[in-house]
Design a protein around this ligand. Sequence first.
Ligand code: HEM
Length: 257
Amino acid sequence: MKSVTCKLIDQRRNELKTNNEGENKVKDLFDILVSENDPHTGKPFTDAAITHYMCGYTMAGYHTTGTAIPYTIFAITQNHDVQVKLQEEIDKTLGGRLPTFDDLSNMEYLTQVVKESLRVYAPASFVARLLKSETILPAMDESKDLRLKANTTILYPIPLYHEDPKFFTQPEKFDPTRFSPDKIKNIEPNTYCPFGFGSRICPAERYALMDIKMVICLILQKFNVKLAMKLEDFVIEERFANMAKNDVLIKLELRSK
Ligand code: HEM
């Protein structure tokens, strides 16, 4: 991946030099990295830094979205009422045409379904933080407070919060209405965190949500979805990303007009 990125750096630098669109071109992340200065050093980004950024973005974006989409479709196959309601919203909003960015933002139920899927099947297992100074975590039960030294790495386990009945009633239930406008305000801060939180929150949160919604919308507009594997073979393997051990096999059936 590094050697491919190195070749692309040279290619993109040359393209930018010879590009006639010049200043009017909308720059993507790669353009910015190869043409602008690193704000920390005031100098151009080194090839090594560009390679790290590009590999980081690709890795961080690939498995997460790549699991979120099949997990959402899986959830839809297991909840027929959700599939019917989603298709009603899609048909009513689009009337057969392709979705625009605004359509995807406005489809409230679609948004709720994707958010609930990211709660039940969070693609990322944890967020990590390095403590800058000694920190005392208050005890949650009878035990003592926890004293942690500076430079300790803390892993914040996302699914443990998403699955805790203290924060989500009947957490095992797939219920998109938890994210309806009247209920969403009851969710405690940082207990729903598929994209992490704070200053290191996933920079692609909005993009990823849009991406997942787009794929789900395009599929359900044309097809009904059914699980094409045994339910017990749907197994999530917890790694850095929560991967589907046996993939998620889905059967698409063309919807009747
Ligand atoms: C459903 C899709 C995605 C999920 C669930 C997800 C989740 C996460 C999580 C949990 C973090 C750690 C946040 C924290 O430490 O507080 C993160 C960081 C990050 N994500 Fe995503 N992500 C997704 C898609 C993407 C995509 C598509 C990209 C790139 C195009 C991306 C790029 C990144 C980067 C670069 C970071 C590191 C940010 C930093 O450390 O400052 N992610 N993501």
